[in-house]
Design a protein around this ligand. Structure first.
Ligand code: NBP
Length: 478
């Protein structure tokens, strides 16, 4: 077996197959392998003419077909399958070789695997890949972690096959060990929030205006020509205008209203809790999916709970649509601001030094949350790389202030008319919380000191204090 392939892909289901084709279409000689050989044969039969593939049935032949230092992309089911493949690969590799896990691994697994492979002299590059099968084929957004040394040889190849926006690749070095998979996880969490906000906007337009799916689809299509322009708004317009062939109804009206998830939203929320970062937009979106799937609870609620709500009285249709648009934009800014806070907190906690502006830049193309708006985020971090709150950047402060009154009206109308808008309303609550001069957290600290002697700090002098609540109520310095 001549070692002539520049890169290898093992795991040739939809994602791996398309990534391998993408490498080949860019002129790389690609070694390909899959546990069951049928997928390898099918790739060669269907796409072999697209470039130079070297197919191997065994892992040993696959490894032997790669130039050194070997670059092996593992694209299998996240979890035990990834460990099984790594265990099979590692004895066949030599010092300096690079293993790239491009699946959706949970970042603590990536930290563990990177440490184990580093001890054997191998590079382990946990890499986020977004864009689904279409992105994998035509240019995804790629978020590689691992060592800078590995990026020197691997990075140019990944940049080459990534999406490009204004000639700039949607791929850059993210940071050590688990940083790439962490950033991909937050990307997916933000995707949850973005989708939930769009769904709430749709519901408000539907209930408020009594508009049909197709009419709302047209509203989204109009919005996609402005600040909200994004892949998710574009596909929403498309989905809402799609008609079910079997019934002739709007497609969205025949889909069961129970949203599913694969777990990256849940991981993002769990990590937000671990780090103490209030990612309320992502959390509400994740819980909204959970509520939608709570079948017995919804049946009981539907049967027993009165609405006691008002009825919509919209006199100016265009003004209401504009209010919902502004509320959607402002809530979206909050969700992204929170997600970028989480990246900053994790970067500090795990020592990653992630450049947030660069993350916004590589999400502009290829991935599910690609949007015009991300340019604004990159610009904000270019103005101040240490920006403590994205919302407080001058552009976003202005953009949100412009829609603030509309945002309040929409959230109030949703509450008054009994329409659930958890992500809209919690985003507004976050906005009001983060800008508040003083929060009722003071009372919580007092309560904690009362029942648990947890102590408190004072506004007028330094130190930590405790009041003898059950005694003479004298204050002591703790
Ligand atoms: P799947 O997640 O469905 O995994 C199927 C692949 O894993 C097949 O190649 C299968 O081999 C292999 N595999 C399994 Br399962 N167990 C194995 C084991 N013990 N040893 C060796 N190989 C094993 O494929 P996918 O949908 O292409 O996704 C691949 C990765 O990319 C996943 O981590 C996914 O989360 C991630 N991802 C997917 C998307 C997407 O849109 N689908 C987007 C972004 C990231 P076999 O053919 O022999 O069964």
């Amino acid at each position: 077996m001549t070692a002539r392939a520049q890169i290898g892909v093992t795991g040739l289901a939809v994602m791996g197959r398309n990534l391998a084709r993408n490498f080949a279409r860019h002129g790389y000689t690609v070694a390909v392998h899959n546990r069951s050989y049928a997928k390898t044969e099918s790739l060669i039969a269907d796409a072999g003419h697209e470039g130079d593939f070297v197919a191997s049935e065994s892992m040993a032949d696959f490894v032997a077909s790669l130039e050194r230092p070997r670059k092996v992309v593992v694209m299998v089911k996240a979890g035990a399958a990834t460990d099984a493949v790594i265990d099979e690969l590692v004895p066949l590799l030599e010092e300096g070789d690079i293993v790239v896990d491009a699946g959706n691994a949970h970042f603590p697994d990536t930290i563990r695997r990177e440490e184990a492979l580093r001890a054997k002299g191998l590079h382990f590059v946990g890499t986020g890949v977004s864009g689904g099968e279409e992105g994998a084929l035509n240019g995804p957004s790629i978020m590689p972690g691992g060592t800078r040394e590995s990026y020197a040889s691997l990075g140019p190849i990944l940049e080459d096959i990534s999406a490009k926006v204004d000639g700039t690749p949607c791929c850059t070095y993210v940071g050590p060990d688990g940083a790439g998979h962490f950033v991909k996880m937050v990307h997916n969490g933000i995707e949850y929030a973005d989708m939930q906000l769009i769904a709430e906007a749709y519901d408000l337009l539907k209930q408020g205006l009594g508009a049909s799916a197709a009419e709302i689809g047209q509203i989204f299509a109009d919005w996609n020509t402005g600040d909200l322009e994004s892949f998710l708004i574009e596909i929403t317009a498309d989905v809402l205008q799609h008609v079910d062939a079997a019934t002739g109804s709007a497609f969205v009206d025949i889909v069961l209203d129970q949203a599913e998830q694969k777990g990256t939203g849940r991981w993002t929320v769990q990590n937000g809790l671990d780090l103490g970062v209030p990612i309320t937009g992502i959390a509400e979106a994740t819980f909204a999916r959970a509520l939608s799937g709570s079948v017995p609870q919804r049946a009981a609620g539907r049967a027993a709970l009165p609405a006691d709500a008002g009825t919509w009285e919209i006199t100016d249709r265009d003004a209401f649509i504009e209010d919902v648009r502004l509320a959607l934009y402002a809530s979206k800014v909050v969700a992204y601001s929170q997600g970028f806070d989480q990246i900053a907190a994790a970067s500090a906690e795990y020592g990653w030094d992630v450049d947030r502006g660069a993350m916004a830049r590589i999400w502009r193309g290829g991935c599910i949350i690609r949007a015009r708006f991300l340019n604004r985020i990159t610009e904000a971090y270019e103005r101040d790389a240490e920006l403590p709150l994205l919302l407080a950047d001058e552009y976003f402060t202005g953009a949100v202030a412009n829609g603030l009154a509309a945002w309040r009206r929409v959230v109030a109308q949703a509450a008054l008319n009994g329409v659930p808008a958890p992500a809209f309303s919690s985003s507004l609550a976050y906005y009001d919380g983060v800008r508040a001069e003083r929060l009722p957290a003071a009372l919580i600290q007092a309560q904690r000191d009362f029942f648990g002697a947890h102590t408190y700090r004072r506004t007028d002098r330094e130190g930590t204090f405790h009041t003898e609540w059950s005694g003479d109520r004298a204050e002591q310095e703790a």
